[in-house]
Design a protein. Structure first.
Length: 207
């Protein structure tokens, strides 16, 4: 299985690196970071750079796409190099997936019309603009399209995908090797459980 993670300026690092780590540990999987042109791409914090080892033209038909989100997502909604590649590659994929606001790019590629999908809570309502049915869940499967909520949910999505592509035991083995056993110190990781007023403070961080 060959998975490609497309990078663009101001992507969120964990959106890409979380699923990468899960899938790269899976037997028989190869994961490639790609961009319009091979080379360094800097994240939305401006302090971490990943190297795209391939251009989009180099990877026209991957088995899996994992589209990360980030503060730069809205800036590339009409970037045909990226969005056009997603649209064309989707024709060949076994699964087309996204993390966080990466689902907005699936929508820009015309892939979400009539589909249930999720994204980061701050932009969930925008999915309707692409004809999708927004769903406030951690991972949403709709045929071969699998979308994840914000950032850390990409790890859950990748494990879900791996269970579908291989088997639950393989996914569980990867979960154990990366010791993914969330025990957060707070219960504020969801709008459903966050203290009153915290959403406004969280939104202020998205600048």
């Amino acid at each position: 299985m060959h998975a490609v993670i497309p990078l663009y300026p101001r992507f969120t690092a964990l959106d890409a690196v979380g699923p990468y780590t899960v899938l790269a540990f899976a037997p028989g999987w190869t994961v490639t970071f790609a961009a319009a042109q091979a080379g360094p791409v800097t994240d939305d914090r401006g302090s971490l750079t990943l190297a795209a080892t391939a251009s989009f033209a180099d990877v026209p038909a991957p088995d899996v796409i994992v589209v990360p989100g980030g503060l730069g997502t809205l800036d590339v909604m009409e970037d045909e190099a990226l969005v056009g590649w997603i649209r064309r590659a989707h024709e060949h994929t076994r699964w087309t997936t996204s993390v966080c606001s990466g689902s907005l790019l699936l929508g820009a590629a015309g892939l979400l019309a009539g589909a249930k999908a999720t994204t980061h809570w701050a932009v969930l309502d925008l999915l309707a603009n692409a004809g999708a049915e927004p769903v406030s869940e951690r991972v949403v499967e709709h045929g071969k399209i699998v979308t994840a909520a914000g950032v850390s949910a990409g790890i859950d999505m990748a494990l879900t995908l791996l269970a579908r592509a291989a088997d639950p035991v393989t996914a569980q083995s990867v979960q154990l090797v990366i010791e993914y056993d969330p025990q957060p110190p707070f219960t504020s990781g969801s709008l459903k459980t966050a203290p009153e007023g915290l959403a406004e403070r969280a939104l202020a961080l998205l600048t």
